[in-house]
Design a protein around this ligand. Sequence first.
Ligand code: ZN
Length: 272
Amino acid sequence: MWSLDRWLKRRTLAHHPVPPELWSRVRKRLPILDGLSAEEDRYLLDSCVLFLQAKTLTALEGVDLDDESRLFLAAQAQLPLLALGDLNWYQGFHEIVLYPHDFISPQKHRDASGIEHEWNGEHSGEAWTQGPVILAWSGVLMSGGWGAYNLVIHELAHKLDMLNGDANGLPPLHRGMNVSEWAHTMQSAFDALNHQLDIHPHAHTAIDPYAAENPGEFFAVTSEYFFSAPDLLANAYPAVYQQLKAFYRQDTLARLTALEQQNPAYKAHTKV
Ligand code: ZN
């Protein structure tokens, strides 16, 4: 059946061809894309082109945003959506603002006794409900490898989480997924991490202790690990890995394991 939406997308893709050498340069800078099939690669590239046409990237002074940089960012933004179908998952924002480095932004928090605290915090990323995503370009450049860090995926996981309300660690789950199973799995792991930090505030935790801040951060940090250190995540919190695998519909651990089987030194060379 003819569809206006599909026709518009095809037209956009035809008007914005990406030279193969440019895409291959971007792919080389993004080890987390290694192991994708040719079909997934093609789909990802098309998604990047559509994403870059649909969103406004605003680069502040000090960020040099050429075509390669734009694709480098878009590919990381689109990787989590690779198997999620054409459902406009990033409908909640239109703009990504890029600061050259970490930025100061006002923070507000109401504590348990109702007192509101305000302070200025230094951040490398922020995702505002009903607003833009803000990223420090220095953090984007550090992302893309298997080094348990991905600023782009972290902030965009918050956006997925916000699709059904506040960033509370519960994004809209697919049919067939069980909300109470998700909540129980995430809460247990979140509690275990908090318990570990309560006993030893400087404990060497299996994942970034920032995940213990609140359930929204737990989902964002574990999503980040799911794509950039699936082995660490699956080892520390296997049930969380399984829930994220069901949500993102990708098996990143299988992808990484296959790459390591082909080349035992693979991961050591591809940490950013
Ligand atoms: Zn966060």
